[in-house]
Design a binder for this molecule. Structure first.
Ligand SMILES: [Zn+2]
Length: 259
């Protein structure tokens, strides 16, 4: 599936309908969203996820860590928090129309882009067999003068790229996965969120309320804080960079890699 500059699927113009008859229904695409923590996707790409899900595409989340460090509250154990965060992620997924979630259950804050993680991500990609992957940009160490990127975000992004190219598509990588019935798979498009080299802006204006609702599902992380103002401001700034400008956008670096 090709996207135009605003990241709007153009399948209607280029592809045969999935079901013959009305000729108006394009085939659904599979999208895998690979993130470090429960709630990452809601911050960076929930509007895009909601839009694509509403358009009939099938979205599956892969969440690498269990998020068990995400509190300063001594009355809650890491194991309890991990369970809470799973429930919150399922609720956010329900709000957005995400079909399924694969939790890899790495300990929060301990992710390194090693071969164990690469194999786990190859396994997930070969199971889901996505046309499109959304993940992070491993080169982002900081943003501006106020945000140092979480090491898990960089590690998951680096491991994801290494899993996609070339391992997922080559049967000689991790041959034990063939024994699980997982044949090689190569994706068609890759979107990296919050990239300093963003070149693609998805208009999420009609999905802003759903994005905010999905974020609020992460109550253990949001607490009393109302994320609306900050999230709207981020999306407004990205919207100004879109061509033509839109009210709210999410930005990505977009790849259509070959083979
Ligand atoms: Zn995170």
């Amino acid at each position: 599936m090709r996207m135009n500059e605003q990241g709007v699927p153009e399948a209607r113009e280029h592809e045969q309908p999935a079901v013959s008859g009305d000729g108006a229904t394009p085939p659904a695409k599979r999208v895998a969203v690979i993130m470090a923590h429960p709630d990452d996707a809601e911050f960076v790409c929930a509007g895009t996820v909601a839009k694509w899900a509403a358009e009939g595409h099938e979205v599956v989340y892969v969440i690498v860590t269990n998020g068990d460090k995400g509190t300063h509250d001594p009355s809650i154990t890491p194991a309890q928090l991990a369970e809470i965060r799973k429930r919150e992620q399922w609720e956010a997924a329900r709000i957005l129309g995400v079909k399924d979630i694969i939790f890899l259950d790495w300990p929060d804050g301990m992710v390194v882009p090693d071969l164990t993680l690469r194999r786990a991500l190859v396994r997930a990609v070969r199971r889901i067999r996505p046309d499109i992957v959304i993940s992070g940009d491993p080169t982002v160490y900081w943003v501006g003068n106020t945000y140092i990127n979480h090491p898990d975000h960089r590690a998951v992004a680096e491991a994801t790229l290494a899993a996609l190219y070339p391992a997922a598509g080559n049967r000689n990588y991790f041959p034990e996965l063939l024994d699980e019935g997982l044949e090689p798979h190569t994706i068609r498009e890759l979107y990296l969120y919050s990239s300093n080299g963003a070149d693609t802006f998805v208009d999420i204006t009609p999905y802003m309320e759903r994005k905010l609702a999905a974020l609020r599902a992460h109550a253990s992380q949001i607490g009393e804080w109302n994320p609306d103002e900050m999230i709207r401001e981020w999306a407004r700034e990205e919207g100004k960079r879109a061509n033509p400008p839109v009210e709210y956008a999410e930005s990505f670096k977009h790849f259509t890699p070959e083979g």
